[in-house]
Write a protein that binds this ligand. Structure first.
Ligand SMILES: [Zn+2]
Length: 149
């Protein structure tokens, strides 16, 4: 009955097995195209609410942030500020733009014009750091292209 979706693919996720249920909602272990495993409610799969392990969302966040940078830089503004490696007082991770949330997960962000852009939420600090570095690299790439760096 509820195993009818095993082996099926929903967007980036292939259903591997049913692993349990919560509040009468079945939870399935899924393999994402990117290679990560994730646990998803059946309804989230069938309604297309969740389409990946989070990599699609993270990709979206990164693209949003990069687009914001491009707009910002097109205005011709403060390179010194965004290139500053100084950590804020509230930063406990030791990595700029990476914070641990109360639930233990790691959040990556990048700031422009006092606005904070989310780069995704990660279980590991390493993955959050990687997302932040990727966004920084793309930003620098763009700045070099424009001859601003
Ligand atoms: Zn993925």
């Amino acid at each position: 009955m509820s195993d009818d979706i095993i082996g099926k693919k929903f967007n980036r996720l292939t259903v591997i097995e049913k692993i349990g249920s919560k509040n009468r909602h079945s939870i399935y272990k899924c393999l994402c195209e990117c290679g990560n495993y994730t646990e998803v409610y059946r309804s989230s799969l069938t309604t297309n609410d969740i389409k990946s392990c989070g990599c699609l969302r993270d990709q979206f966040y990164k693209e949003t942030a990069i687009n914001a940078i491009k707009k910002y830089q097109a205005d011709g503004t403060n390179i010194a500020y965004i290139k500053s490696t100084k950590l804020s007082k509230s930063n406990k991770s030791g990595v700029k733009g990476v914070y641990q949330k109360k639930n233990g997960k790691w959040c990556a962000q990048i700031m422009f014009k006092r606005k904070c852009y989310n780069l995704g939420t990660f279980i590991n600090k390493e993955d959050a750091t990687k997302a932040r570095k990727e966004a920084e690299e793309k930003r620098d790439e763009y700045l070099r292209e424009k001859g601003l760096l």
